[in-house]
Design a protein around this ligand. Sequence first.
Ligand code: ZN
Ligand code: ZN
Length: 221
Amino acid sequence: MTSKLSLAQQARIQAVFITHSHADHIRDLPHLIHNRFSQSAPPLILFAARHVMDILCKNVFNGLVWPDFSTITAPQTGKPVVEYRALMPGRKITFNGVGITPVLVDHQIPAAGAIIEMNGQAITFTGDTGPTSEIWKRTNKTSNIVAVVTEASFPNDQQALADETAHLSPETLGHELKKIIVDAPVYASHRKTPFERDIESQIRNLRDRRARVLLEKNYTL
Ligand SMILES: [Zn+2]
Ligand SMILES: [Zn+2]
C-alpha cells in the first residue's frame, strides 16, 4: 500500500480494518501511520476485532516494535495520529455511511473477516481462514450480497499444509461454497506464489460458476 499510493493518497485514507496480525496483513501499517504523521492528516481510524486489536497493541504498537502513535499528538493537527476502535464480533458499526460487521473466522490466530454494507449492497470479506461457518451464516442472512472475497492459499496437493496453517485449498473452498447459498461471485484471494496457476485451474475444476480467482496484479494482501 505505502509503495503504491502517493503520500497525498495515503493521507486521504480515513480508516483501515485489520483482519489479523500476521505480517503479510499489517506490513504497511507502521509506514502508513508514520507517513501520515509527517503530513497533516487527521487521525487514522484503525478498526479490528477486539481480540485482534489486543494482539496489535501488545505486540506491534508497544513502543518496542513501533511507537504507540495513539499517544502521540501530530503537531499540525493537535490530535493523535491513530485512534484504535476495537470492535465486538457480530456487532455492526457504521462509519461514514459504511456498515462494518466483524465476524470471527477460523485461522491459526484470532482473526475476523467483515461484512461491509454500503448503498444497499454488501460484500463479505473473510480474510485468511480455514473451514469456517459463522461468516457464511451471516452472509446467507444479509440482503443483496454482491460479492464474497475469501481465500485459497495452497493447491490441493498441499492440503495438509493448508489444514495445519488454517487456510483453504480449492478442494476445501469447494466445501465452503456449499455453505454459501447466495448467488454472488466468490473470489479466492491470497494464492501463495508459486502455486497461482495450479490453484486457478483447480478452482475452475470445482465447476461452480460462482467461484473465481481474485487477480491481485501488483501485490497480495
Ligand atoms: Zn494469516
Ligand atoms: Zn495472510
